[in-house]
Design a protein. Structure first.
Length: 247
């Protein structure tokens, strides 16, 4: 007998992530009963669905109630089950701040703008908010090394970390450019982390990203992302403890 919920869970575990427009995923996200059934069965195994209305993919992660038992059993909080070292986790936070955070802010701003316009039009058509990686320009690898090489172990260590993050699906690398991978948008809880990043240790990263995006809007120069950041990276390891890199 066919069990669509079991099949979807098995696919998520086997493939690690699925696109939001996948037929089975779309059914679960729009049907409250199917979603409740999925959440119940995942919870029974200590798991939960990782998804965000503005994310292009979904995945599964460790449930909140099991996080301490899974990640806190060793001497230090593990932060993930992917054996990523502190440099890789810090780099993951930086990349999330540069790629996902600006995208999310644009998505929210666009949704609010369209909601205001819809209120003025009685029969306005509901438009979906873009969720793809093309909403934010990729990061130049040379710029990343220049900006954070002395904080994250140098060029060799950064290249190793980038390779690990790419293998795990957090990023995509093409021609020395770093773009968002399918899991990067799901690696952190936006509602919990965004304010810490914007108001805390990595606020300068966000500000620089905004400045660079504004410059790119006025120029088609392919090297627009080559201007180095001058600020220092502080306390990124504290933020990585909130990562949901267990996908």
């Amino acid at each position: 007998m066919s069990d669509p919920t079991a099949t979807l869970i098995a696919r998520l575990l086997a493939e690690r992530w699925l696109p939001r427009d996948d037929h089975a995923v779309r059914q679960v996200l729009v049907d409250a009963e199917l979603r409740d059934e999925l959440d119940r069965r995942l919870a029974g195994a200590g798991l939960r669905l990782l998804e965000h209305p503005f994310a292009a993919h979904v995945a599964v992660g460790v449930a909140r109630a099991q996080e301490n038992d899974v990640f806190g059993s060793a001497r230090a909080w593990a932060a993930s089950n992917l054996q990523l070292d502190r440099d890789a986790l810090a780099l993951l936070v930086v990349l999330w701040s540069l790629l996902v955070l600006p995208k999310r802010q644009r998505q929210i701003a666009r949704q609010e703008s369209e909601r205001q316009q819809d209120q003025e039009q009685m029969f306005a058509e509901l438009k979906p908010v873009p969720v793809g990686q093309d909403m934010v320009e990729p990061i130049n690898e040379r710029t990343l090394v220049a900006d954070f090489g002395d904080k994250l172990g140098g060029k060799f260590r950064i290249n190793l970390s980038l390779g690990a993050l790419q293998r795990h699906g957090f990023i995509v690398r093409r021609k020395e450019r770093i773009a968002e991978g399918p899991l990067l948008d799901l690696a952190f809880d936006y509602e919990r982390i965004a304010s810490r990043v914007m108001n805390g240790a990595l606020s300068f990263v966000v500000e620089q990203a905004r400045a660079t995006q504004a410059a790119n809007a006025d120029s088609l120069d392919d090297d627009a992302y080559d201007a180095p950041l001058d600020d220092d990276l502080h306390e990124s390891s504290d933020t990585t403890e909130e990562a949901q890199a267990d996908v």
